[in-house]
Design a binder for this molecule. Structure first.
Ligand code: UDP
Length: 341
């Protein structure tokens, strides 16, 4: 009998790609999403890719009654992958209470339901934002966390601490936090991808929308950083590669291969790329025109970060496989598809 995985936020960007990879690996998926930042049609697109329709529940897990009802309904859940969260850094500065309420209460409700129903495996979406601007690069899992720059970042640090403490008190429960670097790209089928609401905050959706003629020009935030070309450096990871890291983490937990009952891993490529390098690669591989200008630095941005992925590579038996070129092409293919270009 296939094992059932609850994927919260499963119609979102990383969630939907992970549902596809889980189904491909033989897992049965239940998606719970409140659709606050995604569309129910994503469920149909997932079915188009894999031939299997995931079960779907419109649920707000930050509300205790709704979380209770979900766990009372689905009795075969073996593991939870918890993506559902608000994620806009700037908005979190404007609306801190909404961010703390949503991101923290949903984790607390899920963990308490897991304990109640004896569900022992959890994979959580964390972020490299917990490292702030590290003193030494690349960052390993031993690199100390720094105080968060935003309420959003703080919710990730607090959620990690909640899982650590919960696992200490409940030794039968196992949690893995995956610290994502910068996920980009779309599924190779172009049936699912990132769907930002309004003006995108993130670099790649802004690039593809500019290339599609929806935005006039890309603003590059700062060229006076202490980096080789002066623009900021990030570790951009293909969303399908990132999704596979969740599947191997679930496998590790279900097979009891974890070393501690709370673990955390860096999920990146190990390569740092500057904004300018990314822009030039996009222009080269797509051949499209991309108007851009250099503007002031964006407040709260760090200068550079990239992952040391050796611990994740060794422990999870996982590594990023896709090139930046193919990943940017997948993002462009997706943008063209949704704009009917
Ligand atoms: N960036 C940019 N122009 C944009 C959006 C982002 O120059 O319109 C830069 C941003 O300053 C950062 C990098 O691209 O150096 C990645 O930004 P993103 O918001 O995608 O991710 P972050 O690492 O900030 O979470």
């Amino acid at each position: 009998m296939s094992k059932q995985i609850l994927v919260t936020g499963g119609t979102g960007y990383i969630g939907s790609h992970t549902v596809v990879e889980l189904q491909k690996s033989g897992f049965e998926v239940v998606i719970a999403d409140n659709l606050s930042n995604s569309k129910a049609e994503v469920v149909d697109s997932i079915k188009e890719i894999t031939g299997i329709e995931p079960q779907f529940e419109k649920t707000d897990l930050s509300i205790k009654d709704q979380s209770d009802a979900l766990f009372n309904k689905y009795k075969k859940i073996e593991a939870v992958i918890h993506f559902a969260a608000y994620k806009a850094v700037g908005e979190s500065v404007e609306r801190p209470l909404e961010y703390y309420n949503n991101n923290i209460n949903s984790l607390i409700n899920i963990l308490s339901n897991m304990r109640e129903h004896n569900i022992t495996n959890m994979v959580f979406s964390s972020s490299c934002t917990v490292y702030g601007q590290p003193d030494k690069l690349p960052v390993t899992e031993k690199t100390p966390r720094k105080e968060a720059e935003s309420p959003y970042g703080n919710t990730k640090a607090i959620c990690e601490d909640i899982m650590r403490d919960f696992c200490k008190a409940n030794t039968n429960i196992k949690c893995i936090a995956l610290r994502y670097f910068n996920p980009i790209g779309a599924h190779e089928s172009a049936l699912i991808g990132e769907l930002p609401v309004g003006v995108p905050n993130n670099l790649v959706p802004f690039i593809t929308q500019t290339a599609a003629g929806i935005r006039k020009e890309l603003s590059i935030f700062g060229d006076d950083y202490n980096t080789p070309d002066g623009t900021a450096i990030r570790d951009y990871i293909n969303v399908t590669d990132l999704s596979r890291a969740h599947v191997v983490s679930i496998d590790r937990l279900i097979k009891n291969r974890n070393k501690n009952n709370y673990e955390y891993f860096n999920v990146g490529t190990g390569n740092g790329l500057s904004v300018m390098e990314l822009v030039k690669t996009f222009i080269k591989v797509t051949g499209v025109k991309l108007p851009y200008k250099i503007v002031e630095r964006r407040e709260g941005d760090i200068e550079k970060i990239w992952a040391d992925t050796s611990y994740a590579n060794k422990e999870l038996g996982w590594e990023a496989t896709k090139t930046t070129e193919e990943t940017l092409l997948s993002a462009w293919k997706w943008e063209k598809k949704i704009r009917s270009l």
